[in-house]
Design a protein around this ligand. Sequence first.
Ligand code: SF4
Ligand code: SF4
Length: 228
Amino acid sequence: METIDLIALRSFTRRTGQPTHPELLDVRPIEHVNKIEIDEEHITIEFDEKTDRYYNANEITKREWVYKYNDDPEFVKAIAKVIDLARKNFKVMPENITCPPGCAECCSGYEPFVSKADVQRLADHLKMSYRDVVKEYVVERPSADGYHVGWLRKVTDDLADKCVFLKGSGSGHYYCGVYEGRPHDCGEFTPIGCDDVDEELSHEGEYKTGAPFRPKRRKAAATRAARR
Ligand code: SF4
Ligand code: SF4
């Protein structure tokens, strides 16, 4: 574990040879981040330093960097950058682990956070305005760093209920109705350590999904047009 004291960047530079300005920090150690912990004084980032792949298994060497915290605006900016980079690399997904198609247990009870980019992607996908997507499908609760605007709604106010975009007729037959436009959180979700996996489901055979999610207004317009 190495402590990077961004309050005393000059000594950090002397010791490591890294540039002093936070914007120029070497961000290589932020690849393959597994865990970010923030307490009153430190931000700890656990990441994979090295991955060796063997048949059916991966051996991963882990490492931690600790960033010492203060409320200096430049430091806050540097940490925001570190967290942003960490988020982008927040994945370790051995190729041999996959979800059984149709499971989607995690699309109930889990609220994917959405950034502005996620909302815009959903808006483009559903051919709606940014504002309408927020109004209809997002519970607005901006995060302190301004990265997230809120999280996806459920079909009811019960948090354990299904995601508003989840489609399918029953257990083992679910699918995401906005797959190509789904939030980053959903795309990066991994089954590693998942306790909810539906063990009954098979990985074999072809899994057929149905019609994509349609916004209510467009669905109503399509129904009206079909009746004419
Ligand atoms: S957007 Fe799709 S993948 Fe994400 S929680 Fe909803 S149904 Fe699941
Ligand atoms: S196995 Fe786990 S992570 Fe994968 S779809 Fe099922 S509940 Fe979600």
